[in-house]
Write a protein that binds this ligand. Structure first.
Ligand code: SAM
Length: 280
């Protein structure tokens, strides 16, 4: 524990934080994250009027307080994201939709760790561009475990600097500029917000609800937080959520070839089903 910290945070407290987080959301924190855990949770400990992490963790462990558990989880997730991050995936999405959209069938995309919304709005803009600005032919779902980021995402408000990677043409077409108190901010236009449905979803849930099959699943920069057995478990569920010719898109440092035989690579951090005939 750093000497300048005000609250008592022992190695055993850190191990409890790590175990509790792992059990609920599958995130594996290693010892190098001790200071991060302290920094992110100290506010919650203080707001409960407690003087040590041990007291806070006792309270959390013994209680069924869903709000405190959610606050604990929200504090420890890492939500880094940006519009059109790893932009090659949006080119692939557009191409896949061009080739695979079928008359009378809804083209479905799921952003499965959507964070503050930049990823799913980039998907929505890509789809709206392809469909000539009209919804209807596609369905876009976006989920995350963290309720704070889901709220921010649904609002669709961002600092202007967050939209650096959005072209001026798309910025004009899909964002409204804030005025007065909202100077320096932008908000996604209604048609982009209407194109998305946000919901809370825990990828390490033992039984996934039936959310149907998708043409494209974005599961980017989230598997890295899980250990290998958890990653393999999620991938096996993802297999049943893809249409036979569907596309699974992962983050730049996520390599799954040694984890599962369910997928084969088909482009830069892009995968398709190895056994489409298995049909989930
Ligand atoms: C680094 S962000 C990635 C955001 C976006 N996919 C991207 O690549 O820009 C990771 C997100 O995964 C979410 N997450 C962590 N554990 C999760 C879980 N068990 N189920 C669902 N989402 C989770 C976090 O809340 C966070 O918003």
């Amino acid at each position: 524990m750093a000497e300048d910290t005000e609250l008592k945070f022992t190695q055993s407290d850190f191990r409890r934080v790590r175990d509790m987080l792992y059990q609920r959301v599958g995130i594996s924190l290693n010892e190098s994250k001790t200071h991060m855990a302290y920094a992110r949770l100290a506010k919650r400990v203080r707001s409960r009027g407690l003087r040590s992490f041990t007291e806070y963790l006792d309270l959390l462990q013994d209680s069924q307080e869903a709000d405190e558990w959610q606050g604990f989880i929200n504090a420890l997730t890492t939500n880094l994201t940006s519009f059109f991050r790893e932009s090659h995936h949006f080119d692939m999405l557009r191409e896949h939709a061009r080739q695979h959209r079928r008359a009378g069938e809804t083209f479905r995309v799921w952003s499965s760790a959507s964070s503050t919304g930049e990823e799913p709005y980039s998907i929505a803009i890509t789809m709206l561009e392809l469909w000539d600005g009209a919804g209807g032919g596609f369905e876009l779902l976006a989920s995350d475990i963290d309720t704070n980021v889901l709220q921010q995402a649904a609002l669709g408000v961002y600092g202007r600097e967050r939209t650096e990677k959005v072209s001026p043409q798309l910025l004009k077409k899909y964002f409204d500029k804030g005025v007065g108190a909202n100077e320096g901010k932008v908000r996604l236009k209604q048609k982009a917000r209407d194109a998305l449905s946000f919901f809370q979803f825990n990828l390490v849930e033992p039984r996934w609800p039936d959310i149907g099959r998708f043409d494209v699943i974005f599961c980017r920069n989230v598997l890295i937080y899980f250990d290998k057995p958890t990653q393999a478990e999620i991938l096996s569920k993802m297999e049943s959520c893809l249409k036979p010719d569907g596309l699974l898109l992962l983050g730049h440092s996520e390599n799954i070839v040694h984890l599962t035989d369910a997928f084969v690579g088909c482009g830069r951090t892009a995968y398709r089903l190895a056994h489409p005939e298995r049909g989930g």
